[in-house]
Design a binder for this molecule. Structure first.
Ligand code: F6R
Ligand code: MG
Ligand code: MG
Length: 379
């Protein structure tokens, strides 16, 4: 059997220039330097350092499997060094997502978010990386449901024999740390009955039922729950494999042409509309948003990433396909600003702000603590 390759994305917000905006270029360069070293040491095959808003995203390929200590430590060390630079420059939120004092074997629960998948590389293996800022992991549940469960979205579910076999969906209860795997199309309605509650349930993985392995994986780390207090939303990544029995690239992208409200945005406390864009255009501006989503595409070639850069470029040197850069997405960008502006007319009133259960993890309870003392019983 062929050796399985692993694609790992580990991401963290370890500081920004002037608010929760974007990391300093020196921080990105430091991560690049660290991962290059990781290739020299034989930990990684290849990598790409990018960002969405204030989050640095490390895309890594290797043959060490998921949850590998060396890979996780490399990412931790890169973020640690980037945070040190952020501290030196007195950047905002320096070291924010590094919740643990030191690395203890696995990045999970230590602050950074991670999404990893191990699979047998196909002859041609198109991989897409979605990255979002100012929102939460369940933000991908609606588009992924459309992609894998809805034949009116993915025509492949109807006319591609392998896609028609369906997909298994692993759903996580991010509050109570539970999971369930359900099968589509048979259990589609039950799957949706869980996923509709985006405050608790999120898609973690999707598996092909045609024997092609993992189709999609999402980082479902709930940073605010890990820390017990609000330390930024758990801005999520999602990695997917496309074509030849999986949804096509275009089927993956299509749902993002709809205007979707997602939780997060300002202070992790508001609903705003997903704004698809290029990483270059992902710096939050309007009310610390609106929540951005980017999508970058590569081919995987013997464990290495191939984008538009010259063939045989050094590891780390890549030019991915930037799917949301083009003018056709202006339509949904304009709608996203309109929808977000509409939500803002409600100020701090629901449904512009999240429900009280989710506001538990923001800075609101501290304000309420003072006020509850003043509440008197009604006669
Ligand atoms: C949301 C986010 C920002 C901050 C906001 C307040 O994920 O990062 O919207 O929540 O700018 O930030 P602090 O509390 O650091 O002043
Ligand atoms: Mg931040
Ligand atoms: Mg962020």
């Amino acid at each position: 059997m062929a050796q399985k390759v692993t694609v790992s994305v580990i991401k963290a917000d370890v500081g920004s220039v002037c608010g929760h905006t974007r990391p300093h270029p020196d921080m990105m360069a430091k991560c690049d330097e660290m991962l290059k070293e990781g290739v020299m040491q034989g930990i990684l095959e290849d990598y790409y350092v990018t960002r969405v808003g204030d989050d640095i995203n490390l895309f890594m390929t290797h043959y060490k499997g998921e949850n590998n200590k060396d890979v996780h430590k490399l990412a931790w060390d890169a973020f640690y060094e980037a945070a040190q630079l952020a501290r030196k420059m007195h950047l905002y939120g320096a070291g924010q997502d590094l919740l643990a004092d030191s690395f203890s074997g696995n990045i999970k629960g230590a602050g950074p978010g991670s999404a990893e998948m191990e699979f047998e590389e196909r002859k041609s293996e198109p991989i897409m990386f979605f990255m979002a800022d100012k929102t939460e992991p369940s933000a991908y549940s609606l588009p992924l449901s459309k992609i894998f469960l809805d034949p009116f979205t993915t025509t492949g579910l109807v006319i591609d024999a392998r896609a028609k076999k369906g997909f298994d969906v692993e759903i996580h209860d991010v509050m109570d740390h539970k999971k369930v795997i359900m099968s589509a199309p048979e259990e589609t309605l039950s799957i949706l009955s869980l996923l509709g509650d985006t405050s608790r349930y999120a898609i973690k993985r999707v598996f092909s039922r045609a024997g092609l392995g993992t189709a999609a994986v999402v980082s479902t780390d709930k940073l605010n729950l890990t820390a017990g207090k609000y330390v930024g939303k758990d801005d999520p990544v999602c990695v997917v494999r496309a074509q030849s029995g999986m949804p096509s690239v275009g089927e993956y992208l299509q749902p993002f042409m709809n205007t979707m409200l997602v939780a997060g945005w300002m202070r992790g406390s508001h609903y705003g509309a997903f704004y698809p864009c290029s990483p270059e255009d992902s710096t939050p501006t309007y009310f610390d948003g609106p929540p951005r989503v980017c999508c970058l595409g590569f081919q995987l070639v013997d464990g290495h990433l191939q984008g538009l850069e010259p063939m045989g470029s050094a590891p780390g040197v890549h030019v991915p396909v930037d799917y949301f850069k083009g003018a056709e997405w202006d339509y949904v960008r304009n709608n996203a600003v309109k929808a977000s502006k509409f939500m803002r007319t409600h100020g701090s009133f629901m449904p512009a702000v999240l429900g009280p259960e989710e506001m538990e993890y923001t800075s609101r309870p501290e304000v309420l603590k003072e006020l509850t003392k003043r509440m008197e019983n009604l006669d």
